[in-house]
Design a protein around this ligand. Structure first.
Ligand SMILES: [Zn+2]
Length: 405
């Protein structure tokens, strides 16, 4: 099947979006995919520029080619996430906390209205709350380009580095599936590293039988859990994600030194921007899972014990998600430092999020205040075909998602 046609069947496109990818970055993409896949890789890799309701850039495997759906919708959202973060960091004191909370909440609501398109009533009522807000993430029929905004405040580099990291991560999936040399080496090293962490811990336990009762080494405990999870995870999904992050970082580290003449320190410092990207993705995906579970619990009577029944998939959902975040961020950077000799001052950026209150600002912006309104309306909404179409139309109007017929 033709990739473009396939994509159009699986999600909705915005035909005239405010953000498109510039051609210069496509040249960079070509170079980077040669770095990852090797110059003699004989399969077609297509980068398809789009702006869709799926939001995220993604890798899709077709029988005769590899496609990266380069979804500018995500970058449009992420760019504004980044802009607001730097505004918060630099002007925090001069604007009230509620200003930022509202902005992030509006951003989340519009994101959810897209992601829950298959639940039209739910999406429509999320969009309704979004549309009531004053200062907010702009609706899709407002045409300001996020590149210009970030350029004016001097933060375009962080945005671009996140983008090429995102790109390399997707291409790394191709390398991983093809088991090329680079991905095999990384995967083996990751497994060795995990095994070493576990052996070291067991040794410590043998030498000191009381070690389990000591609580001072909490960080090491988490790390040990991460190593165990990576080794035992049966479908290998987390292992693949972590390996793809590491491949992306390795390649960019090399690329920055070769092509941009950066020193080792400069390359590491540039790559620390990846933390913004990972935090953003983490916040959106955890909030989405949270809202999804509320939806399931509200609309399906079989789920009414979801949060108290250990067998329910929603039980202790929050813990599972934060574990995965810990895996992706902490493990990836620790591995690059320990095994590959990079010098990331990763904790500095994470410390910055914690100390300036940004992470708690984000968790206060997930829309708890509008939960009841949205869920109650959704619960009584009609869901037959005709109503579903009407909900979808209404939602599109509320968020300015306009396509000429
Ligand atoms: Zn991935």
């Amino acid at each position: 099947m033709i990739p473009d046609k396939y994509l159009r069947q699986t999600c909705h496109f915005l035909n005239n979006p405010r953000l498109k990818e510039n051609t210069a970055i496509h040249h960079q993409f070509q170079k980077l995919s040669d770095y990852i896949l090797g110059g003699d890789f004989d399969e077609l890799v297509l980068v398809l520029d789009c702006y869709t309701t799926e939001v995220y850039p993604r890798y899709i495997r077709f029988s005769d080619c590899n496609v990266i759906a380069w979804d500018n919708h995500f970058w449009d959202i992420y760019g504004r996430f980044l802009f607001m973060y730097f505004t918060y960091k630099n002007l925090n004191k001069s604007l009230p906390q509620t200003f930022y909370m509202n902005y992030y909440k509006s951003m989340l609501l519009i994101y959810l209205a897209n992601r829950f398109e298959n639940h039209p009533a739910f999406a429509r009522y999320l969009a309704e709350e979004y549309s009531k807000m004053d200062y907010k993430f702009p609706p899709y029929n407002e045409y300001e380009d996020i590149n210009d905004i970030l350029d004016k405040v001097g933060h375009l580099p962080e945005f671009n580095i996140s983008k090429i990291f995102g790109f390399c991560h997707e291409v790394a999936h191709i390398a991983y599936r093809k088991k090329n040399t680079l991905s095999n080496v990384i995967q083996e090293q990751v497994i060795d590293y995990c095994e070493a962490i576990i052996q070291l811990e067991e040794l410590k336990r043998k030498l000191d039988p009381l070690v389990e009762q000591k609580s001072n080494d909490k960080e090491m405990g988490t790390f040990l859990d991460i190593a165990r999870r990576l080794l035992t995870n049966s479908d290998g999904k987390i292992l693949e994600e972590v390996c793809c992050d590491i491949i992306a970082i390795c390649i960019l580290f090399q690329y920055f030194q070769d092509e941009a003449g950066m020193s080792l320190e400069e390359a590491c410092s540039s790559l620390s921007s990846v933390n913004y990207f990972l935090l953003c993705v983490h916040w959106f995906s955890t909030s989405e899972v949270f809202w999804k579970s509320l939806y399931e619990v509200t609309t399906n009577v079989q789920n009414d014990d979801a949060f108290v029944n250990p067998k329910s998939p929603y039980y202790k959902l929050g813990n599972t998600i934060s574990d995965e975040y810990a895996v992706r961020i902490n493990f990836t950077f620790a591995f690059c430092n320990d095994k590959l000799g990079m010098k990331f001052d990763n904790y500095r950026v994470q410390q910055e999020f914690m100390e300036n209150g940004f992470t708690s600002l984000l968790s206060d912006s997930i829309g708890v205040d509008i939960m009841d309104v949205v869920l109650n309306k959704t619960k009584v909404a009609k869901t037959d075909y005709v109503h579903a179409i009407a909900h979808q139309k209404k939602k599109n109007k509320l968020i300015g998602w306009e396509n000429e017929e």
